[in-house]
Design a protein around this ligand. Structure first.
Ligand code: PEP
Length: 253
């Protein structure tokens, strides 16, 4: 596992101000768990309040529009997110790809817009169950990476990749540790091919898909797993802190 694992909670379309108490509790505990980098991506409406309530953890967004501004009713630009306190943006989540028809080129444009305003970006990739069963998981993910990752000088510096098999998200199912290791090794090779040995080696690769305290140790111990992107188990401080505690304990051993 990475020197300092990165554990990111994705609240999806959950949370009103009543849920800020969970963010506060996570933040207070994060103070005691400095061995782990912790972040939350609440819905747009809670970014500003979460940033104010939780001063230690990272706070980010689950999506953004690729344009700087303009006639895009209901959308939010990277600069607006930065202004409301976000430090990073997740792009290309499979739910965005499925619900909003986002293609690799859209994801890349969003990622580049995030980097352009100086924030970090987490780019999500992952295969469907059908693709895995057909033996195409690694080629599908490699194609997504080549199409979705931001290009240009320094792009790798503020980049994190999240490998999230679509069939593992919110299902309680996870790939085997060997499958996670093989995929993360394959992703690393693509990163090195795209960004060169040095920059490509530094990009963190998170695993996401039904991570919880009970399975975190084995998933985080897989080859080249630099942390986790967590959905359902990030919605309560109790569940999320369970995962963070596992990651912290692994740093001590
Ligand atoms: C996610 O949506 O990014 C995710 C990994 O969800 P869950 O942990 O609920 O599978």
């Amino acid at each position: 596992m990475a020197v300092r694992p990165y554990i990111v909670g994705n609240w999806k379309m959950h949370g009103t101000r009543a849920m800020l108490s969970e963010a506060r509790a996570i933040d207070r505990a994060a103070e005691r768990l400095m061995k782990v980098e912790v972040a939350l991506a609440p819905p747009f409406t809670l970014i500003h309040a979460t940033r104010k309530e939780a001063g230690l953890i990272g706070v980010g967004s689950q999506d953004c529009h690729a344009a700087e501004g303009g006639a895009h009713t209901g959308d939010i630009s990277a600069a607006m997110l930065k202004d409301s306190g976000a430090g990073f943006v997740i792009v290309g989540h499979s739910e965005r790809r499925a619900d909003h028809g986002e293609k690799d080129a859209d994801v890349r444009a969003k990622a580049e817009s995030v980097l352009a305003v100086g924030m970090s970006v987490i780019v999500c990739v992952g295969e469907t169950e059908e693709q895995r069963d057909a033996g195409k998981a690694e080629s599908v993910v490699a194609r997504q990476l080549k199409g979705s990752l931001p290009a240009g000088d320094g792009a790798a510096e503020k980049l994190t990749v999240a490998y999230e098999p679509v069939w593992a998200i919110g299902t309680g199912r996870t790939p085997t540790v060997d499958d996670v290791s093989a995929m993360h090794r394959s992703i690393r090779q693509v990163l090195v091919d795209l960004f060169g040995d040095e920059a490509g080696a530094k990009v963190r690769i998170l695993y996401g898909g039904s991570v919880k305290a009970e399975n975190a140790a084995e998933l985080l111990a897989a080859d080249d797993v630099g942390g986790a992107l967590v959905g359902g188990a990030s919605l309560t401080a109790e569940a999320f802190l369970g995962i963070i505690a596992v990651a912290a304990e692994m740093q001590e051993n």
